[in-house]
Each structure stands twice: as C-alpha cells, then as structure tokens.
Ligand binder design. Sequence first.
Ligand code: NAD
Ligand code: UDP
Length: 315
Amino acid sequence: MRILVTGGAGFLGSHLCDRLLRDGHEVICIDNLFTGQKANIAHLLPNPRFEFVRHDVTDPFKYEVDQIYNLACPASPPHYQYNPIKTIKTSVMGAINCLGLAKRVRARVFQASTSEVYGDPSVHPQPESYWGNVNPIGKRSCYDEGKRCAETLFFDYHRENHLDIRVIRIFNTYGPRMHPNDGRVVSNFIVQALRGEDLTIYGDGKQTRSFCFVDDLIEGFVRFMAQTETVGPMNLGNPGEFTMIELAELTLKLVGGQSKIVHRPLPSDDPKQRQPDITLAKKVLGWEPRVPLEEGLKRTIEYFRSRVSEGGRAS
Ligand code: NAD
Ligand code: UDP
C-alpha cells in the first residue's frame, strides 16, 4: 500500500514509518519539523519507498494513498502550550485536511488521539466509554479540546460520509527518538540524570502515569489499522501505573550518578492519575504491552547516552 504519515519525523511517527517500510509499504511522510527532527528519518531517506515532504498540515495536501495515519501535533505540554492557537489549529485543521483527502481518495484514516481527552479523570482506570473531565479554558485545553474536536470530526465524517476511520487514544508513551528537549517526564528525568543534574518533580510527585514503550504501541497501531471489527475509539497504553517519585527513583537507579530529586511547582490542571483500561484492545487486537518499564527505560537511557554526549540538553 501507499501510506501517508503526518507528523512522521516525530518520535512516534518515525517509528511508525520504520515499521510500515519494514512491512513492504510505500510511505509519504509530511511534517513541518516543529518538534520533529530530520535525524529521526535520516536513515530512511535513501529508501526509494520513502518520501519526506516538509509541509504544515493546517494547509491542504493531496496524495493518492490507500491509508493515512494522522500524528501531526506537538505532544509535550511545554511545546503544545508554546503557541496554543497553532496547536488547536493543527489538531482541528489537520484533521479536516486528512479527512477531506481520505474522502476524495477513499483511504482508511487513523487519528492519533490521546488519554488527554479524559482530562483529570474521575473514573479510574479509564475505559473508552468515559467522557472525561476536561477544563475547556485552561492551559492544557488547546491540546485536550483540539484532540476532542478532532475525534468529533472523525466520527462525523464516519457517520455522514461513511469514511473508514480508526481512532486510537494513546496513553503516555516513551522510547528512543524523543527529543532531549522534549519536556515530557521520561526524557527529562533521563537527560537530567545523565547530566548529573537534579531530577525535577512537579508538585509532590504522587500523581500517576502509565508508561508504554514505543515498540508495543506501534504494534498496536498496525493491528488496529488492519482490523475491521471496530473504528474505535480504542485505548492503547501500558496499564502499569507509577507515581512520578517512583519513576524518578527508578531512573536514578538505572542511570546511577549523584543526582538528587528536587520539587518544582505543579503546572495547572495536571491530571492526578492516569491508567488505561485496555480490555477492548486485548479482545479485538489480542494486544497487550510486553516491555516492562525497567526494560524500556534501559533501552531509552542507552539512546539518550549517545544524544546527551552530542550536546542535547533537557529543558
Ligand atoms: P512529537 O512532538 O515527537 O511528534 C509530533 C510531530 O508532528 C512532530 O514531528 C512535529 O514536527 C509534527 N507537527 C506538529 N505540528 C505540525 C503541523 N502543523 N504540520 C505538520 N507537522 C506537524 O510527539 P509524539 O509523541 O511523536 O506524538 C505523535 C502523535 O501522537 C501526536 O498527535 C500526539 O498528540 C499523539 N500522542 C502521543 C502520546 C505520547 O505519549 N507520545 C500520547 C498521546 C497522544
Ligand atoms: N513531570 C515532572 N517533571 C518533569 C516533567 C513532568 O514531574 O520534569 C510530571 C508532570 O507534572 C506530570 C507527569 O510528570 O504530572 C507527566 O508529565 P508529561 O509532561 O510527561 O505528560 P502528561 O502530563 O501530558 O501526561
């Protein structure tokens, strides 16, 4: 198949491009390189089945493709809050442009949605049937509401135009190719520990997240896109739940060194807990994560060791 991946030079997008090429497909990757890196796809450029186009998804695009994976959107809070209006435009107009294209060429179209649609959840763990608890006017809203609106558009195109959609809700995922300045917690802690800097816990560190290793997630993407039983939404993530204190201590244990833990103010609307209910993914895809946190962190630390020695800095 010929497959379009928006946001393909980003962390998840570049792993997805790798996988699709390995599976024998042609891949067109479009990305404006806001948070993505050419280095993530440099190894793919010589491949005749791979094409990179620098393009912003808020502007329309046309390609003859069989499938579209829409991943373009900054995902780290500091980056999506840097220009919040642009973030919501990327989610909403990017979705409209993908859906318009999918309608014209009758392509199956995938949306990378997020656990953020559940906001600061009052139901725990979160099943897909939970409608969420999102502040519509807070600092995270540009991302949360942008992604919620994108889901709405996907389901309206599905109902109105019979578009063949797939909507995945991704829970915190980490791994090699996160940017050293990404700002999310796993990369921050690892880069800080490798540099011998203090690890910055926001708030008391008792808030929880569930961390999925990137290889597990990409396997789930491909299985979900291939099946025809459900269009979603479907949660994908690792149900193992950890406090930020536990994550910091594990990172320090694995990296070694003299870093200490310090506390910084908690950003507004920071969700207190998050854990996916993956019953649906288990049933329909026969999928569940295989890489435990400690093993995934070791692999991610190895990646950052080389990056940090090249000069990348944590935010
Ligand atoms: P990332 O920031 O590494 O990747 C996003 C990519 O989109 C980057 O390459 C960036 O340059 C590109 N992009 C941003 N705005 C664009 C625009 N207007 N036009 C074209 N390209 C644009 O983040 P990621 O972790 O790889 O996230 C990929 C997708 O998965 C995002 O949609 C994100 O919301 C979603 N997601 C990720 C996670 C996670 O834990 N990694 C969790 C939930 C959802
Ligand atoms: N966090 C932290 N230190 C950091 C970065 C993040 O303690 O250096 C916390 C953050 O406040 C949140 C959790 O880690 O409670 C996960 O943050 P991240 O930005 O990775 O993802 P999200 O909040 O979007 O789940």
